[in-house]
Design a protein around this ligand. Structure first.
Ligand SMILES: Cc1ncc(COP(=O)(O)O)c(C=O)c1O
Length: 333
């Protein structure tokens, strides 16, 4: 199947902005650094998941779904953006939050309610159990005569960042930007695998730097390899899984205490992006990625002298739900 033949619902005015970060470049004394503003989209405050949702909602429409189900923590950007896409397209959205009821209504959780989603709390279960509960819910909805669609299949979602790679390549060409190094958060793997497949389709113009915010290098690598392989098989792309990691570099030294736990450098990164470039990073994904990029631009001679691009994957609402302790650290920076 050709990539352009895959069902997609348009949710983004493309391309998202590609800006230079001149003050950051001066501060670091390196070659040009760009930021691709995937955090600035019109739907639901934007972010990387909107690109995946174009394909997930495409699948939902293809099967005539009357309800979408999405599962995640109350801070999940994916849940918020699925609720926003459902609102925009007039489909019911059921959000299953893996937490006990009583979470403070702020950040993404507040927005989920405003977007009109049905929000249910399923207890503080792990990722595996959360998926099982979501599938049970799909089964119940079908038995009740609905046509549900479960948001989150990586094979479909990866198409979002495959298209982002193509978009960035075209945009950089028009601007004569000469972008070589691309920085992305490394987490569940869907976004990363999509970008890797796009880079492969283009003939590897980019060196992709994935800053892990969740897993070890081997676990993230395994996840990405699996998604790349399954995605290629499913859509019939001619792709050799052995070469998934060509031009891909994974780092886990910026992870600190683990997922969602800030490091000194990630808090500094939030202040740096805001005070030098006037945009906001969040705690979980973008601040650690930005911190990793800053470190590599300062200390890796090759990267420092070539043009880089930070892909801002969004997540702004979570900045408003960090809690007093982190807020205090942030403003003392
Ligand atoms: C703002 C932001 N950036 C990056 C990611 C990572 O994306 P993925 O789960 O596709 O690895 C997420 C995931 O929720 C996110 O919300």
């Amino acid at each position: 199947m050709l990539f352009s033949e895959i069902t997609k619902v348009k949710l983004i005015e493309e391309p998202t902005a590609l800006e230079t970060m001149e003050r950051l470049q001066k501060h670091l004394g390196c070659a040009s650094v760009y930021v691709k503003r995937d955090d600035c989209m019109t739907l639901g405050m934007g972010g990387n998941k909107v690109r995946s949702l174009e394909y997930w909602m495409g699948e939902a429409q293809r099967i005539n779904a009357d309800v979408i189900v999405v599962a995640g923590a109350p801070v999940s950007n994916q849940c918020r953006l699925a609720a926003a896409a459902a609102a925009k397209l007039g489909i019911k959205c059921l959000v299953l939050h893996s937490s006990e009821p009583g979470a403070k209504i702020e950040g993404n959780l507040l927005l989920n309610y405003l977007l009109g989603a049905e929000v249910r709390f399923i207890g503080a279960v792990d990722e595996v159990r959360r998926k099982e509960i979501a599938l049970e819910e799909i089964f119940k909805l079908k038995a009740a005569g609905h046509t549900p669609y479960l948001i989150g299949d990586p094979i479909v979602g990866a198409m979002g960042y495959l298209s982002c790679a193509l978009e960035l390549h075209e945009q950089a060409k028009l601007k004569n930007a000469g972008i070589k190094h691309v920085f992305l958060p490394g987490s569940m793997g869907t976004t990363e695998a999509g970008f890797i497949l796009g880079n492969k389709m283009l003939g590897y113009p980019f060196e992709i730097h994935l800053i892990s915010v969740e897993y070890s290098i081997s676990e993230l690598g395994n996840r990405i390899e699996e998604i790349c392989t399954n995605t290629s098989k499913h859509w019939g792309f001619n792709f050799n899984p052995l070469s998934w990691n060509k031009n891909v570099h994974i780092y886990d030294q910026y992870l600190g205490g683990g997922y969602d736990i800030p490091t000194e450098k990630s808090l500094e990164a939030i202040s740096l992006a805001a005070s030098l470039e006037g945009f906001f990073l969040e705690n979980t994904y973008t601040s650690k990625t930005f911190a990793g990029m800053v470190d590599l631009l300062q200390n890796d001679k090759t990267i420092k002298d070539e043009v880089s691009c930070f892909i801002h994957t969004g997540g702004l609402p979570t900045l408003f739900a960090l809690g007093d302790e982190i807020n205090k650290k942030l403003i003392s920076n």
